[in-house]
Design a protein around this ligand. Sequence first.
Ligand code: XIL
Length: 444
Amino acid sequence: MKQLNIILLILTGLLVFACGSDENPSPKLDAPLALNASNITQNAFTAKWVGVANAKSYQLDVSISNTFASYVDGYQSKSVSDIKAEVDGLDANTEYFYRVRAVNGETISDHSITIKLTTSIPADVPLKEAAQGFFIGNVVQSNRMTGMHKTLLNREFSSITAEYEMKMNIMYPQDGVYDWTRSDAIVDFAVNNGLNLHGHALIWHNSTPDWVENYTGTDAEFEAMVEDYVKTVVTRYKGKVKSWDVVNEAIEDGSGDYRNSVFYQRMGAGYIAKCFKWAREADTDVLLFYNDYNLCDNGNKLTTVLNMTDALLADDVPIDGLGFQMHITYNWPARDKIEAASQKVIDRNLKLHFAELDVRANPNNDLTSLTNARSLELKDKYKEIAEIYTAIPTENKYALTIWGLRDNESWLLNFWGHIDWPLLYDADFNEKDAYYGFLEGLMK
Ligand code: XIL
């Protein structure tokens, strides 16, 4: 009896359906058949479905709940004209649900079935292994070389740079008196841990000791002092320091003129070429870089640096590469600017060091905590930088160096005087979204 009822019910249903479609075509649209997601990564997937006759477009919902109690930002009834859609900005290793409806004008179909998927778990590859053919660097301070600092430097990084203790004011505090305490400790740490060591920086106007700023001798004596300093330092760490920033930030920001440093005043613009030659005389194998900031989005400055470099090369001055200090923000400079500036270095057959990478998440100081949305924007920028650097020809690559481990240790907090989260690790050494973006970029 029960079975008969069911059969009758089905027959009635079919009859109604058949009559309806024969005589008076229903405006009703079928619900799309949602298919399993494809291209699932840590933070994205492709949602797909079978197209519905007469549908002009579709509406896609994505949620972390199977009841669609809330929606992933931007994916509530998101209009899609295709029969698939890329869903991104998601969290790794997280369960998501999607469903779709067909639309034709005012007519909207029922929801499709709900599809479930889980984004991939973050790749468990250290940064230094993901990077093919170049170093992944970070900075050290002599009092930050134990515990988690040491663990992370060894696990994730293949190169280190002294954040400030291999600069002139620390190594050469008084005329004729060198102090190697901290620089030696850092060099020993690199050697003992098998890390490449990038030397930073022999000549920098911002780390010149007072006695040099106020030098009392003649210009000739000044020049002899600088020669002795460059040669003494490079010789001491010969074979251990694999590359040096010989001159740092010699060009002014706005005008693109030479910076009026004590070195420029005492020795003229030629001080740069001389320092490179002295460094080469002290170590024939070490790579020698000129390093500066705002080179990717400051036409004047980049032009001056390139003209200077061309002149050095024409004079057979031993310069191996340029360092772009990558003190950038989550939305600046644009990818094409960075690529165009990089190409100019590649065109000169020089090495390009992406040095001092940190990405300000809060450049306008409008956040008091790192929001999820901004964290994902930061992640995208880190990924972009890693992609750009990875795409550079192998012979032009050297290292991609990040300027700090933990957010709360970044020099930017003091420099700008407000909170920011510019690095790959939070204050507790947890990997941030930025870390995974950077890793993804390296693995592309
Ligand atoms: C900064 C360090 O991060 C600080 O610890 C130090 O007090 C000052 O210098 N450009 C450079 C780096 O070339 O040497 C600077 O590092 C940041 C700007």
